[in-house]
Design a protein around this ligand. Sequence first.
Ligand code: NDP
Length: 487
Amino acid sequence: MVGVYAVDDAASVNAAVARARHTAEWWARGTFADRKHVLDQWKGVLTRRMAQLADVVHQETGKPHGDAQLEVGLAIEHLSWAAANAGKVLGRRRVSPGLLMANHAASVEYLPHGVIGVIGPWNYPVYTPMGSIAYALAAGNAVVFKPSELTPGVGAWLADSLTEVLPDQALLQTVVGFGETGEALCRSDIDKLAFTGSTATGKKVMATCAETLTPVLIEAGGKDALLVDEDADVEAAADAAAWGAFSNAGQTCLGVERVYVHEKVHDRFVEELTRRAREVHAGTDADAKFGPMTLPTQVDVVRRHVDDALSRGATAVVGGRDAVDDPFIQPTVLLDVPEDSTAITEETFGPTVTVNKVRDMDEAVRLANGTSYGLGSTVFSKSRGTELARRLRSGMTSVNSVISFAAIPSLPFGGVGDSGFGRIHGPDGLREFSYAKAVARQRMKPAVALTTFDRTPETDTLFATILTVLHGRATQLTKKPLDLDGR
Ligand code: NDP
């Protein structure tokens, strides 16, 4: 047993949100520099105690200490970026009022919502929720965080460490419990809910939040593909596929679950991937590269997907049915997997990967885009990396490396389709936790007064003339119709 925590019921969640409301009003009065001052101190605490936090992650999830430290380190990077850039991204700036409204000064700024509810998963219990928490705090909100029932200790640790920096305020509180506690948070008096977890739970969260018209950010599951072009560095692609598929026992929203390889390099890629997959194993020994399946029920999902693929003609060149055990699943590489098999269409969330041969990269793009998910993706290509990346229907793509976008704080993070909507990280992540506030200030009386009952027919004529001068020419039908078919 790792720890014992009392479950927070609805009353306790509501009390936490009420405390957060009080703090949010105080925090919103501060400047971006004030907030950076506090968040930088918190960053210092997290950095100095990185090993301690990584240990809590290790104990609750079973992942190797080094992997836990990696996710803590990346979370610190994001906290640092959010604190340093919030003022620049969200602060008040003047915008052009346009010719028609030239007598006005116009400005826009992004103000905090107030209290943000954050619901997180267990697979990256620091990095993932911190993508919301750090950006929400930097934008001027208070946060109430509901971690997964499997990782309450990590949540408590994070809240305690910020309380050390700011003892008298409830800037970050953790409420612990099961789905009901998360549901209570959705129904509480929060101003926005940031959810990270499965697509199925995301739908429930959205339905509950709809009762009070509470806006939601949904970071859900994925079925990420890795594409290998004929001119790719095959060894690097195989290395990336192995790490992307097997690290953290495949329990990664951005894990590589499918690979599409150009026929010209297919056999060489399979050979390289096979060699790497045989070199790593799951376990608790010092040589183990990844740990157990954290969620016991996930073992059955992986077994079902492997069975489905094999019974429909796929081949396991590494692992297979016997590799799937509780709690350790050994690396499994499946070749020639039918595209309608669940190993291709559903999130597996285990250390397995499918590898299918393609005639060309058009086919690779079509197949990669063939699932309902659209979280991340990877392309290995020397000459066409960016072009192929832009054709993939996913929120993020790494070219010639894997999952690298997740470590770049200035890049937005989020998906499309069943992978959710909204963005954490980067400027978009800061704006996600604020609302745009527009102010138009009249500097002098207008030459043509439009918003008055004193408006005359002469004013209407003048207005029509100005509009025609400003915009009429561009709308004359002189150009050829747009021809996009050949592009
Ligand atoms: P779940 O969807 O099972 O749970 C996520 C969170 O929601 C947990 O805290 C859970 O609590 C809570 N919850 C459960 N039911 C409800 C409810 N009715 N109302 C409100 N909250 C509820 O996901 P997992 O924890 O199993 O995480 C794995 C999933 O997360 C995978 O699909 C993975 O792809 C996805 N993920 C997505 C990421 C992204 O950035 N897009 C990043 C990381 C993971 P409890 O644990 O107590 O059930």
